[in-house]
Design a binder for this molecule. Structure first.
Ligand code: ATP
Ligand code: MG
Ligand code: MG
Ligand code: MG
Length: 564
């Protein structure tokens, strides 16, 4: 690529409205431009990087035996009603109406669409297992899109869906995808960690997230170097043994027996509200059970309000709950009713609340602030650290350490939830119709670009890991118009590198060395070669690796052996 014929537009100044370094550098390098909140245009430069990431993802998915396909972005309401997710997905689901007054959504994920394809195309166990994937735009109406493409509303996701006759085969493929993700993030040159995670809105039995480690990450991870235990903090807190009761202890977790009453729940919520939390959501497996928006709820609001020290509280109306949480209200039961209730976290609903209350076999837990919504204040981070860091591990070995992470991948063993809801069956070996077990596996392709910059930058700009650099090398020509010999030597080197298979750019824009080098450093090209009159006279090229402090003079042989 000749940069004189390419579109590069860089900026010196750090944009005032970009909070984190990847967003700042992507704007300064001219990789993306904002179209509207959470909507970004990828410039030719940005797209080269995005395509590099996609290429690695595709190669590894193909190597793992998955097959690429493509499903529509706009999907009919009827399909999403089959699984109940037209309602349950919540306000992140962008709903669209066509001229015939038919309802559609813009796909945030594609379990329904792929299950529909599967039930039309697959009939027998002989055709299984199969893993189908696509790399397409997804839309989620994030409550607060931020950090550029890191948390956008429209973004590129690789989503894969596998179908199996037996649970063991699903486990095998889950492991296969886990290993594939490990290969993908390793190849991309990222420092990452896989952690056990909550199964969230997608549902299912087993789930791991892959996080790129970065202080700007919205998630908190708890892990033990010695025992190998690693979990998203939400999950770590839900399973860590040992109670910490009492509001004065800045409580994050209450361990109580599974026989819970509504009164206990109210006490929990009261503690949450004392932390100046405005809203709390509780929901059950069968939908929404209770919402609090400054004290609105369906238990005993007087007792709760007293607990929470709230003066202004009221019952939420059904319409408000629906409007606020995009979920169907259910019923918790009157206070004092000594019946167990099981409540599980649902990410789509949780995204709307400051606190999430979940349950497992050992009781109810406050699962912490919702990291996906806001970066916590510094003292809140310290608070979380106090609560978990140094605690024994949940697996009984070692102690917990904490790190912040950016979620770039997520694997789920879904089980039969979608195949059952959508009446999707295949014939097994005995000729019996069975619901296939499913897995689903997502990668935030466009988020990876930003996450990589969070980990790889310096004062001059981006320092791309080689596999995602827009070009591997750039040949910079000093004064190409003024010296034909220099221009010809640069052209010859450029062609030689291209022919040898190195993705190379020729900077023939005729800029002065200062601005030219500043651009090349900002956009992060791993190898820079300068062809100048002085170098030619000495028979050398000036070479500098992006990550190196100094440049070196190399003759042709030495240069080629360095680059190829
Ligand atoms: P998050 O917790 O960051 O909101 P998620 O858990 O909702 O992500 P998944 O449903 O697991 O996301 O989707 C698979 C992947 O898609 C995520 O691991 C993430 O890398 C990416 N992703 C999700 N939401 C966004 C977004 N708003 N912008 C960019 N990438 C996203
Ligand atoms: Mg999300
Ligand atoms: Mg998540
Ligand atoms: Mg996820």
């Amino acid at each position: 690529m000749r940069l004189s014929q390419f579109h590069l537009r860089t900026e010196k100044e750090t944009p005032a409205d970009a909070e984190i370094v990847s967003h700042q550098l992507m704007l300064r390098a001219g990789m993306v431009r904002r179209l509207a909140a959470g909507l970004y245009t990828w410039s030719p430069l940005g797209l080269r990087v995005l395509r590099k990431v996609e290429a690695v993802v595709r190669e590894e998915m193909n190597r793992a035996g998955a097959i690429e396909m493509a499903m529509p972005s706009v999907q009919p309401k009827e399909l999403w009603e089959e699984t109940g997710r037209w309602q349950k997905f919540g306000p992140q689901l962008l709903k669209i109406r066509d001229r015939k007054e038919q309802d559609y959504c813009f796909t945030p994920t594609a379990e329904e669409a792929v299950t529909d394809f599967f039930r039309q195309e697959f009939a027998s166990y002989r055709q299984l297992p199969v893993n189908l994937y696509q790399v397409t735009s997804k839309f989620r109406d994030e409550i607060r899109p931020r950090f550029g493409v890191m948390r956008a509303r429209e973004f590129i996701m690789k989503d894969a869906y596998s179908f199996h006759v037996g649970d063991e085969d699903l486990q095998r493929e889950y492991r296969n995808m886990y290993d594939t993700y490990t290969r993908i993030f390793t190849r991309l040159g990222l420092k990452f960690r896989a952690v056990a995670a909550d199964t969230g809105a997608i549902g299912g039995s087993a789930s791991h997230e892959f996080h790129v480690l970065a202080d700007s990450g919205e998630d908190a991870l708890a892990f033990s170097e010695t025992s190998g235990y690693a979990a998203n903090v939400e999950l770590a807190e839900a399973v860590a043994p040992g109670a910490r009761a009492g509001a004065t202890e800045q409580l994050r977790k209450v361990d109580t027996p599974v026989q819970k009453t509504c009164e206990d729940v109210a006490a929990l919520l009261g503690i949450a509200l004392q932390r100046t939390v405005k809203s709390v959501a509780l929901w059950g497996e069968d939908g929404f059970v209770l919402a609090l928006v400054r004290g609105d709820h369906v238990v005993n609001e007087i007792k709760l309000a007293k607990l929470a020290g709230l003066a202004d509280y009221r019952l939420a109306t059904e319409a408000e709950i629906r409007e606020h949480l995009g979920a169907e209200p259910g019923f918790l039961g009157p206070i004092g009713a000594k019946r167990p209730i099981r409540i599980v976290a649902d990410r789509a609903v949780a995204a709307m609340a400051d606190f999430v209350v979940g349950a497992n076999e050992s009781g109810f837990h406050l699962a912490g602030v919702n990291w996906g919504r806001d970066l916590p204040e510094p003292d809140e981070v310290a608070d979380i650290r106090n609560v978990v860091a140094g605690d024994p591990s949940p697996d009984g070995q070692g102690t917990l350490a904490l790190a912040r992470g950016i979620e770039v991948g997520h694997v789920f063993a879904l089980g039969r939830r979608y195949s059952e809801a959508m009446q999707c069956t295949v014939l097994d070996e005995a000729g019996k119709a069975v619901h296939p077990a499913m897995g689903c596996y997502g990668i935030g392709v466009s988020r990876i670009v930003a996450a990589a910059i969070e980990q790889n930058h310096d004062a001059s700009g981006i320092v791309w890991p080689a596999p995602m650099a827009p070009w591997q090398a750039v040949v910079c020509v000093i004064n190409p118009k003024g010296n034909a010999e220099v221009a010809a030597a640069a052209e010859a080197l450029y062609r030689e590198l291209l022919e040898a298979g190195l993705d190379t750019a020729l900077d023939d824009r005729g800029l002065r060395p200062g601005p030219m080098f500043a651009d090349i450093e900002l956009i992060g090209i791993p190898h820079r070669v300068v062809v100048s009159e002085r170098g030619l006279a000495a028979g050398t090229f000036e070479y500098r690796a992006r990550s190196a402090a100094e440049s070196e003079s190399l003759d042709r042989e030495a240069l080629l052996s360095r680059l190829l």
